[in-house]
Design a protein around this ligand. Structure first.
Ligand code: BTN
Length: 266
């Protein structure tokens, strides 16, 4: 649907510093409802909290969407992050679910690690960087940058636990096809925008959504279970003593890279 709509613009670049930065400076004479910029290579790909994003040239998907979510007040922007994470999770599911060679073979192996990393087992396959600009009390636009590791098999940066679709499945994928499927899922979610359904699907796909797991915050290590993700995106954990702990992004660390079998059972 997206590629046939006049309100959709697709810009393909060989190289740019960062597709998010490209869109931040983009001033078209005739703005489209939705603009997508992809690049084969980024010279200064950006990750969350000032990190860089590693991606070998021509092997992965690197793209950003310029959106105008006029229907969302700033306090509800986390829904957009949920919707994007869900689209990617579902697209990956359609390529990887049921693959015999999936490493680690956890049930529900493809999950969303709060707030919006996409994981296969205990490894990160995709990162999302959403940057929104406000105009007064309203959202002017949002740039959603997506780095999905598709065919890269060797990662050189010190990112703790990267993986790719190829590493998980033992085969290469057609990146255009992956992008097409992903955009299809995203446009479906946008067209049938159903906040309750997005909320509930996002929560049901969360990484470590069951059982107690180790975490650490400014006060040290503790074990907790995932209680909720609030509408504004805060994570709520419940520790062993039954106390609720509420966190904004980067205030809590999910500890260790254990396999799915090392969950601490009640
Ligand atoms: C993360 O740290 O998990 C977010 C990574 C986001 C990377 C993507 S790649 C396309 C877009 N352009 C960027 O510079 N960053 C995002």
């Amino acid at each position: 649907m997206l590629d046939s709509s006049p309100s959709f613009r697709y810009i393909e670049l060989d190289e740019t510093a960062s597709t998010n930065s490209f869109l931040a400076d983009y001033r078209p004479l005739q703005p489209a409802e939705l603009t997508l910029v992809s690049a084969e290579y980024q010279t200064a790909g950006r990750g969350q909290t000032g990190n860089s994003w590693e991606s070998a040239a021509g092997q992965n998907l690197l793209f950003s969407l310029l959106l105008h979510p006029v229907f969302l007040p700033p306090t509800r922007l986390f829904l957009l992050s949920e919707a994007i994470a869900l689209s990617i999770r579902d697209a990956l599911g359609s390529f990887l679910d049921g693959q015999k060679s999936l490493r680690g073979v956890c049930p529900d192996a493809i999950s969303v690690k709060w707030p919006n990393d996409i994981y296969v087992g205990d490894r990160k396959v995709c990162g999302i960087l959403i940057e929104c600009r406000l105009q007064g009390e309203w959202v002017k636009d949002c740039i959603a940058g997506i780095g999905l590791n598709v065919n890269q098999r060797q990662f050189l940066s010190d990112a703790p636990n990267p993986t790719s679709m190829a590493l998980e499945s033992g085969q290469d994928f057609d990146r255009d096809e992956v992008l097409r499927v992903l955009l299809g899922h995203f446009s479906q979610i946008l067209e049938s925008w159903d906040e309750a359904a997005i909320r509930s699907a996002y929560r049901s796909l969360l990484y470590r959504r069951e059982g107690y797991w180790p975490y650490s915050d400014g006060e040290g290590r503790f074990e907790a279970r995932l209680k909720d993700v609030e509408d504004d995106g805060h994570l709520v954990l419940e520790d062993r003593a039954g106390s609720e702990r509420r966190y904004a992004f980067k205030e809590v660390v999910f500890l260790h890279n254990a396999s799915c079998n090392s969950k601490i059972v009640k």
